[in-house]
Design a protein around this ligand. Structure first.
Ligand SMILES: CC(C)(COP(=O)(O)OP(=O)(O)OC[C@H]1O[C@@H](n2cnc3c(N)ncnc32)[C@H](O)[C@@H]1OP(=O)(O)O)[C@@H](O)C(=O)NCCC(=O)NCCS
Length: 160
């Protein structure tokens, strides 16, 4: 049976479903709401911000936004790609959609010739975000901490 799990571009037809995506209330400090990410996508060039809905059959289960070849240090010396935002709806977590999203972004970066995928997240399991922060999720999927911080967030990298 063909998989019904896919990414979709955000359009006038699915915008309302995109804006209904909500992480759990206790996770809200870990990620911007979808509306804020879409506003950021609007003000960035389309070749840099890559927002997509995660759709399973007729259910919109989450949202991701990748960054593609951004000027990481804003001085033109280092360009990186990775996962900027990931919001799996509260009622849809724990079903593999987060893993699917990470793998889909990895595929897109690889398709563009990239060899590494970056992500940053709020502080780890013992930090202010508690045991449900996303650090353990990213480490489980194979990301390794680079030792850098971006603002106050640890940086992780996955070799593709
Ligand atoms: C973190 C988040 C994206 C995970 O999505 P998900 O769909 O629930 O995760 P999956 O079901 O795909 O899980 C993939 C694997 O990670 C593990 N995992 C998921 N969340 C985890 C957590 N908080 N701690 C430890 N492991 C976790 C799962 O057990 C699973 O392992 P397995 O495949 O080996 O059994 C989701 O909980 C979320 O949207 N959280 C709120 C927003 C957020 O923090 N976003 C990230 C911003 S940087």
């Amino acid at each position: 049976m063909p998989s019904l799990l896919r990414l979709e571009e955000v359009t006038t037809a699915n915008l309302a479903a995109a804006l209904r995506i909500r992480v759990r209330p206790d996770q809200e400090h870990n990620v911007e709401p979808v509306a804020a990410s879409l506003a950021e996508a609007y003000v960035h060039p389309p070749e840099v911000a890559w927002p997509r809905l995660i759709v399973d059959g007729d259910r919109t289960v989450g949202f991701l936004m990748a960054f593609l070849d951004i000027d990481w240090r804003t001085d033109g010396t280092l360009f990186r790609s990775g996962l900027w935002r990931l919001n799996i709806d509260a009622g849809e977590q724990g079903r593999g959609y987060g893993r699917f999203a990470v793998e889909a972004v990895a595929t897109e970066i690889r398709r563009r010739g990239g060899k590494e995928m970056y992500v940053t997240w709020h502080a780890g399991p013992d930090g202010p975000d508690g045991p449900d922060g996303p650090e353990a999720f990213y480490l489980r999927l194979g990301f390794q901490k680079t030792g850098e911080v971006s603002g106050d967030q640890p940086v992780g990298v996955l070799t593709l």
